[in-house]
Design a binder for this molecule. Structure first.
Ligand SMILES: [Fe+2]
Ligand SMILES: [Fe+2]
Length: 305
């Protein structure tokens, strides 16, 4: 990876400074950092058995559009079975607890992306049940948000450019933190945290690379979808489902994301549950984005995307 100058610090949840603001993240600084972490095998626990995770997740999935997406009871039972086998160590569980108490919309997002990415992986990842450890990135994709001040995450008026840059820092901080905890900078979890805002046509961040990995693509599309259909601090009214799917279709048309994940999401949103190969994405754009959407607006009213 090319060296990256860090403009903001990277700290663990309990405040341990891993890399200070102003330092450079490169292969050597990362190697040194990983070597500084004691080689203790992390004890893991089933995520669904942690605290109120299972109850909360089913509460979230009970609401539209997730109640349609997960309406097939056999499919839901299979997804649940997969989710039961997914385990995380204390650092991930503590971050979930932190967001549950301090920023519930991020907590909700982490859990809904957990279920949704497994559903899409079921369609697109061969032998997905045997690859559970490779498909469980919903709860960790935004891990780096613990390095972003809560008042920025929860701000309900336009961000300044500085605040937007701080928010974007969650990709690199997630990559460093997960590399540190798993002691492996090539772990898929770390890569997904770093690259889930990259786009296939290289229009994303933090590095502006052409993103081609299927797992990253699944998380990236589910991430945008969940953000659109949820109320957010910067947009009190969510997108309606049709408009959200149209926006994802537009992203595929522009080459930002691939069609396969978008079509899988569209198929699960239809009550007839068509096979992926038979799913046609309508190119019609009839939806209306919600008013009062501050996403992409800076405090000086400059458009950023
Ligand atoms: Fe993110
Ligand atoms: Fe996200």
């Amino acid at each position: 990876m090319d060296p990256i100058k860090l403009f903001y610090p990277i700290k663990t949840l309990d405040g341990k400074l891993l890399l200070p603001a102003g330092s450079e993240l490169n292969d050597e600084s990362l190697r040194e950092l990983l070597a500084s972490n004691r080689p203790v095998k992390l004890k893991t626990y089933p995520l669904l058995d942690h605290g109120s995770v299972k109850i909360d997740l089913f509460d979230f999935l009970d609401n539209a559009p997730y109640n349609i997406i997960f309406a097939d009871s056999d499919c839901l039972a299979e997804i649940l079975d997969v989710m039961k086998s997914i385990r995380f160590g204390a650092p991930v569980l503590e971050v979930l607890d932190f967001f549950k108490h301090h920023d519930v919309s991020t907590y909700r997002h982490m859990l809904t992306i957990f279920a949704l990415t497994i559903l899409i992986a079921r369609d697109l990842v061969p032998n997905y049940r045997k690859r559970v450890s490779e498909i469980a990135y919903g709860p960790t994709h935004d891990f780096g948000k613990i390095c972003v001040p809560l008042d920025i995450l929860k701000k309900d008026n336009p961000l300044t450019r500085e605040e937007l840059n701080y928010l974007k820092h969650h990709t690199i901080s997630g990559y460093v933190l997960l590399s540190y905890y798993f002691r492996d900078p090539r772990s898929i979890a770390a890569m997904v945290a770093r690259d889930h805002h990259e786009r296939m046509n290289a229009s994303g961040y933090p590095r502006g690379i052409s993103q081609q990995d299927l797992m990253v693509e699944i998380v990236a599309v589910c991430d945008v979808y969940d953000a659109l259909i949820s109320a957010r601090p910067y947009r009190p009214v969510s997108y309606d489902n049709r408009t959200a799917l149209e926006l994802l279709t537009s992203m595929a048309e522009k080459g930002e994301v691939g069609w396969r994940v978008v079509k899988s999401l569209i198929a699960h949103n239809r009550s007839s549950k068509p096979q992926l190969a038979d799913t046609i994405a309508s190119r019609e754009k009839r939806g209306t984005p919600p008013a009062d959407n501050l996403y992409g607006k800076l405090s000086d009213d400059e458009l950023v995307r």
